[in-house]
Design a protein around this ligand. Structure first.
Ligand SMILES: Cc1ncc(COP(=O)(O)O)c(C=O)c1O
Length: 409
């Protein structure tokens, strides 16, 4: 094979249609480029669709998580439970308020926070059970160490198991903040991801199911929190929006009108975009059934609807992921490891003293997962082509290894 038969295939690509063009143009022509009606429309549509009392648009998903940490009352040395198997922003948001992440490993199948371990950790900390301090990162010895929040992550658009966690957290007045940045429209047991907790964060980076360029959204039913979010995103402005009166330390986390217009148009197409992503995932899964060595993640359990974000496969242990990435790249196909666990990021190791082996399921996933291209415009032929390149590379790697073994014996 010399030249790839298809265009080069990115990992992700937004799907921008005529409605997006129309609404962005409308925003441009209005000359109101910030703090205007597009944001209000986007927020209203978002809140209505998910049955929330309030939606607050912000500049990105990280900002949404940060504001949720403030609302949850996270201060110096407070503890926040979450998992290390995520994008780094999930944990960074805790650090912005000088909180301490208490990582709980993921379930190895679902890759979402292990519910039984979470309940145990909550109880151990709240009741100060013997040895609870072993849950703290090595380099931390906080004095008050109040547990303020738990942040389950709906990773790859796969809903975390929430019910028991929410019940236990609320029994102890601990806030539940959902990181739904990768999971817009995902559902479990009739509840949308982002509707279990006290607040939830969504992100609209261009690799996401809907995009605003950069952008994010908070959902909450708590009126006081919604007011706080609106104030904090706007430089801490007084909640009655008085001209240049600032009641608290705030940020510029506003979502501009062009982004909101794009988001409104994308959001109106959510069902279509999710259905097309699901079709891509189904095609991958069907084709990969024939491929030994690259295994799709577990199918969703009954009552669960995924919102397909990436398409990760687990590579068998005998395969070299970097070689696979290189083989795909050679054919113009982009693929990437997802995620290198947060606790092993250099900054987290240095600051908190985390070590390899601390969270083995997250580490195993981090070692073996490879994300293949996933976006609505990926054609059936392209998916077939990608899977054939994966299958060929597996065969080649195994044949080479057998050759080396035979030469040695
Ligand atoms: C799980 C998770 N949390 C948080 C974020 C942060 O969102 P953003 O990039 O919009 O700041 C992302 C986005 O990449 C994410 O995937």
């Amino acid at each position: 094979m010399t030249t790839p038969p298809f265009r080069s295939i990115p990992l992700a690509a937004p799907d921008i249609g005529p409605e997006e063009m129309r609404l962005v143009q409308e925003a441009l022509q209005s000359q109101r480029l910030a703090s205007g009606p597009m944001l209000v429309r986007f927020e209203e549509a978002f809140a209505n669709r998910f049955g929330a009392r309030f939606a607050v648009g912000v500049s990105n998903g990280t900002a949404a998580l940060h504001l949720a940490m403030i609302a949850a009352g996270v201060h110096d040395g407070d503890l926040v439970v979450t998992t290390p198997f995520s994008f780094i922003a999930s944990a960074n948001a805790i650090l912005y308020e000088r909180g301490i992440p208490i990582f709980v490993d993921v379930d190895p199948e679902t890759l979402t926070i292990d519910p039984a371990k979470s309940l145990q950790v909550i109880d151990d900390i709240v009741y100060r059970k013997a040895g609870w301090r072993r849950l703290l990162p090595r380099n931390c010895n906080p004095t008050s160490a109040q547990l303020r929040a738990i942040v389950p992550i709906h990773i790859f658009g796969r809903p975390a198991q929430m019910k028991e966690i929410v019940d236990r957290a609320h029994a102890h007045q601990i806030a539940v903040i959902e990181d739904a940045c990768e999971a817009i429209g995902a559902e479990s047991d009739g509840v949308f991801a982002g509707r279990w907790g006290d607040a939830s964060a969504f992100g609209f980076y261009p690799n996401k199911q809907i995009t605003t360029g950069e952008g994010g959204m908070l959902l909450t039913d708590n009126e006081e929190w919604a007011r706080l979010f609106r104030s904090l995103r706007n430089q801490g402005r007084a909640t009655d929006e008085q001209w240049f009166r600032h009641d608290r330390l705030g940020f510029n986390y506003r979502l501009d009108e062009l982004s909101a217009a794009l988001g409104l148009a994308q959001f109106s197409r959510l069902d279509e975009l999710l259905a097309r992503r699901e079709a891509v995932a189904n095609r991958y899964s069907a084709l990969l059934e024939e491929v030994d060595g690259a295994t799709p993640l577990a199918a969703p359990r009954a009552g669960m609807r995924l919102s397909w974000f990436l398409y990760p496969v687990r590579l068998a242990e005998d395969l070299d992921r970097d070689q696979m990435i290189a083989a795909l790249e050679k054919q113009g196909i982009m693929s990437r490891p997802y995620f290198w666990p947060i606790h092993l990021q250099p900054f987290y190791r240095e600051r908190f003293g985390f070590q390899p082996g601390d969270f083995p399921h997250s580490e195993a996933a981090g070692h073996s997962l490879l994300s293949l291209p996933m976006f609505p415009g990926l054609t059936s032929d392209e998916i077939e082509w990608i899977v054939s390149v994966v299958a060929d590379e597996i065969k080649r790697a195994r044949r080479d290894r057998r050759g080396v073994a035979a030469a040695r014996s």
